[in-house]
Write a protein that binds this ligand. Structure first.
Ligand SMILES: [Zn+2]
Length: 149
């Protein structure tokens, strides 16, 4: 995989904040029983994804903002698509829209929480690219591969 240098793009792709390569979630978003499962550590650089117990409680506030946005978008879309229908149509459409986007809302809320408040910053030495500095610490996975080969 091509390394991602931008933290914003890595966040959009739900990648590890330190190496920008490891996936934050173990299963795809459409797996409705396991879409919230995160590995304990990054499979590439082994940074801990939950810095402290209960860390992701704060993601509720981010999730709330996403839900309000979904309510607004769903309400406006219903208004224009159905030409100001009855109230029950609004309730049905907005509820459906919020439920459909719930897995993505949860994932991006957790990712934003980890990127902003996890105190983990991007470090290119954990990327697979060769480092420009000769004295830098080698990638742990590369050294493991050297031992095996
Ligand atoms: Zn990582």
């Amino acid at each position: 995989m091509k390394p991602i240098d931008s933290s914003a793009l890595a966040l959009l792709d739900l990648r590890c904040p330190r190496c920008h390569q490891g996936k934050l979630f173990s299963y795809p978003a459409y797996n409705l029983t396991k879409y919230a499962v995160m590995p304990e550590r990054c499979p590439v650089c082994e940074v801990q994804y939950e810095p402290e117990p209960g860390f992701y409680w704060g993601a509720m506030f981010v999730s709330y903002a996403f839900s309000v946005a979904c309510f607004a978008v769903g309400g406006v879309a219903t208004y224009y698509l159905f030409h100001d229908p009855a109230v029950w149509v609004y309730v049905l459409m907005v509820t459906g829209f919020v439920l459909l986007t719930a897995p993505l809302t949860l994932r991006y809320s957790r990712a934003i929480m980890l990127y902003l408040f996890g105190f983990v910053h991007y470090d290119p030495k954990y990327n697979n690219r060769p480092s420009a500095e000769s004295g830098s610490k080698p990638d742990k996975r590369k050294s493991t591969l050297r031992v095996v080969a």
